[in-house]
Design a protein around this ligand. Structure first.
Ligand SMILES: Cc1cc2nc3c(=O)[nH]c(=O)nc-3n(C[C@H](O)[C@H](O)[C@H](O)COP(=O)(O)OP(=O)(O)OC[C@H]3O[C@@H](n4cnc5c(N)ncnc54)[C@H](O)[C@@H]3O)c2cc1C
Length: 387
């Protein structure tokens, strides 16, 4: 651990403490460091981005699926534009490769029309319907009857992005405490601050205070909110695993763009799709497996290759069963169980609950990566009233 990252060198009092160094916590740190002088980031692992932020599709979403008026719709659209600008300005790898949603049967065409209507309501104005012929000119190896094309979708090097956000934060004076788990959070109303207890990897524990606390703990965010004394049934989080399989045998070279199926009804993911990365690899995934016991388990079940093959070969006719190898898995913190309607992000400054200056971010699943920079701005706007 780098010495200036070790908490005992600097823990006195902080103005802002951010719990969690995933892409969202880092984006918040970078933004808040423009306005506050003592900003701490506390992360239980020895490095940033060891959980959901390094286990996803790295897709910059255009913002088409989310109910108009929701935080997901607004922050995704704003975050997408900010992210492209940020990548250009900071030399971070990205590719605006575009995305196709492919209908493989006539029955799916109405669904494409619905998605297009939602896209337009969400101001994704470059989305358009294209014929099978046009799609096959872009991607000669796919099978389709009708398609939606989203030129503004892309992929990003999320590790480069997180590294840049960390560097920027450190340069603006943010202190990072890695290998430190938050094990207690309580309010000290007399002093208008919070007392945070942390456990270091060497087993020592200590407390410090913070005027503002940002709970950006991803899979651990509901637990942190409860530590503070907030028992809100709306914050109940369920874990859903998403597995990926890598495309082998040279088949990764046959596809260049993001190619998605029409989402199945009541689906909790976007359907098994192709995900190119910047090194030229291709993955298929993710599926959406409800983890009823809430245990974090990143294994990929090789027997699921069969289902991946069946679903993806509808639009990737060149696939053969032996072309898939288990790859990574990630876990989504969702606010819904199977069959429940889709829920929005919860990003709330908790003054109304009696916790002024505490911001909870709960259920930050997809499009959390795309929205990360705009979430940073949104969190700042929630704290502005205290200036
Ligand atoms: C399979 C999958 C695919 C996805 N694909 C996309 C995509 O293509 N595009 C997109 O926009 N989004 C996607 N997402 C969503 C995106 O990955 C997440 O929204 C985003 O990474 C969330 O970032 P975060 O910082 O909130 O959470 P995390 O990355 O989970 O960071 C939270 C951090 O908090 C730390 N923490 C937790 N508890 C404590 C504690 N008590 N003390 C100290 N530290 C703690 C954790 O160690 C962790 O590092 C996908 C997600 C999944 C699972």
């Amino acid at each position: 651990m780098h010495p200036y990252y070790h908490p005992i060198f600097f823990f006195v009092d902080s103005e802002v403490t951010i719990i969690g160094a995933g892409v969202v916590g880092l984006a918040i740190a970078s933004e808040l460091s423009r306005y506050y002088s003592r900003v701490f980031v506390i992360e239980r692992h020895d490095h940033f981005g060891m959980e959901t932020s390094s286990r996803n599709s790295e897709v910059i979403h255009s913002g088409i699926y989310y109910r108009p008026g929701t935080l997901k719709a607004r922050l995704c659209r704003e975050g997408r534009d900010m992210l492209y600008r940020y990548c250009r300005g900071h030399d971070i790898g990205y590719r605006k490769c575009g995305k196709l949603i492919v209908a493989t049967q006539k029955n799916d065409i109405d669904k494409l029309k619905e998605i297009l209507a939602t896209a337009h309501k969400n101001d994704v104005s470059d989305a358009r319907m294209i014929t099978a012929g046009e799609a096959e000119k872009m991607e000669p190896h796919i099978r389709t009857v009708q398609n939606l094309f989203f030129p503004s979708s892309g992929i990003v090097d999320i590790h480069g992005l997180m590294q840049s956000l960390e560097n920027e934060s450190v340069n603006r004076g943010v202190d990072f405490a890695y290998g430190c788990e938050v094990i207690g959070l309580k309010q000290d109303p007399g002093n208008h601050e919070y007392i945070i207890s942390i456990l270091d990897t060497d087993g020592s524990s200590f407390d410090f205070t913070s005027r503002y606390v940002i709970n950006s703990a991803g899979l651990g965010a509901e637990k942190i909110a409860r530590m503070a004394g907030i028992e809100d049934p709306q914050y109940k989080t369920w874990f859903w695993k998403g597995e990926y399989f890598a495309l082998l045998n040279g088949k990764h070279k046959l596809i260049n763009r993001l190619v998605y199926p029409v989402p199945e009804p009541n689906t909790t993911g976007l359907g098994i799709h192709t995900t190119p990365d910047l090194s030229g690899r291709q993955k298929l995934g993710p599926n959406a497996l409800f983890l009823e016991d809430g245990k974090i388990d990143y294994s990929v079940d090789p027997t699921h290759a069969k289902e991946f093959y069946q679903k993806a070969s509808r639009f990737l006719p060149f696939l053969e069963p032996g072309d898939l190898a288990p790859d990574q898995a990630g876990i989504r913190p969702k606010l819904q169980r199977p069959g429940d309607p889709a829920r929005d992000f919860i990003i709330r400054e908790e003054e109304k609950k009696g916790f002024p200056g505490l911001v909870n971010l709960i259920g930050i699943e997809s499009p959390g990566l795309t929205a990360a920079l705009s979430i940073g701005n949104h969190v700042r706007s929630l704290l502005k009233k205290y200036d």
